[in-house]
Design a protein around this ligand. Sequence first.
Ligand SMILES: CCCC/C=C/CC(=O)SCCNC(=O)CCNC(=O)[C@H](O)C(C)(C)COP(=O)(O)OP(=O)(O)OC[C@H]1O[C@@H](n2cnc3c(N)ncnc32)[C@H](O)[C@@H]1OP(=O)(O)O
Length: 393
Amino acid sequence: MAGLAGRLARRWCSGLLRSPLQVPALGLHMGGPAMRTSQKDFNNAVNQVKLLKEDPGNEVKLKLYALYKQATEGPCNVPKPGVLDFINKTKWDAWNALGSLSKEAARQNYVDLVSRLSASSESPSPEAPAADRKQPESDTLVVTSEDGITTIRLNRPTKKNALTNQMYHDIMAALQAASKDESVITVLTGSGDYYCSGNDLTNFASVPPGGLEEMARRGAVLLRDFVNCFIDFPKPLVAVVNGPAVGISVTVLGLFDVVYATDRATFHTPFSHLGQSPEGCSSYTFPKIMGSSKAAEMLIFGKKLTAQEACAQGLVTEVFPDGTFQKEVWARLKAYSKLPPNTMRISKQIIRNRERETLHTVNAEECRVLRERWQSDECMNAIASFLSRKAKL
Ligand SMILES: CCCC/C=C/CC(=O)SCCNC(=O)CCNC(=O)[C@H](O)C(C)(C)COP(=O)(O)OP(=O)(O)OC[C@H]1O[C@@H](n2cnc3c(N)ncnc32)[C@H](O)[C@@H]1OP(=O)(O)O
């Protein structure tokens, strides 16, 4: 029965990309995805599906179908097909699983999904020569590969490894390369006494010709793409937190598989102090990891956690004495890197895949909210205070 259902579903899915759901061609939206999806963006995405070079597989096609129905008709409003009507039941289940998701959110998710599919079908294949892959363009990020471990090291110690716009791009490129290289485990760490002091606040200092609104729009697109790389990273991802961590470097930890910290590390998300709101999917991962009230204390009130506290809350896997931190952690990672790579990838997939779409939705929503926050007086005043040296955390 399952085999028959699978075959029928496969046959149905193979026709889906050419189904009458699609609208006539419109111009292709290939720039950074807009944060508020217009009908035109949605129509473009529907059209873009037909141009995909690779078959995205049945699971994805079903997702596209469900999001399309939700975006155009709203929550599933038709009776459940009978158990023997395999094809329609599969479609119905996928649509119904979206519950009360709004039409706008479904449209946004559809556009996001298509944009990711388009990007991955255009990204260089693993066999592409290394020169074709984007390498870090400055020495603020150092990427090395040894003993089956690719290490991405933030290397701006005099600025506490604050993340410049270029560094976001370099980290994304490094993650993309690491996802395809020979290594088994990928590590993110920092140079010097800090792990990372979060977003470089001077990123906000140069306002582009389009003004604050354009700056916020660009920031939101960059942030969304950056966080998506962590959500989609296919291999075991480990944070080696060598010192204090602030802002975005803390929030994305919820997307890592393992987090090792020195006992000198602290974990600080001072969003309210900065007139900003949570990102890195922390509005979803933190309550899940530590419970809603502990998450609220961090994300709303900006409570700074010690490494031991972060470990007790489940954000950190294990804390090591600073004196032996590097030695112990790297010895551990080298041993783990000898484990069978495919098995580890598959285990990660089974742990993470169920939540991937949810995380993309959360990420898009957080970026939409932040885009507005970045244009608020509260945020502008906080950043002006830091830049004029009046404020420090
Ligand atoms: C597009 C994507 C956007 C994603 C958004 C993410 C949100 C966040 O990440 S919010 C968090 C933002 N980070 C901060 O607010 C931290 C600000 N920095 C500080 O409060 C302090 O510098 C510190 C507590 C991290 C360290 O204090 P300490 O006294 O030990 O050292 P300093 O003398 O202050 O720092 C040395 C040097 O580094 C500069 N610096 C440190 N952090 C940042 C930063 N985040 N942005 C820009 N510059 C930073 C600091 O100004 C000093 O520079 P000078 O030597 O030139 O004075």
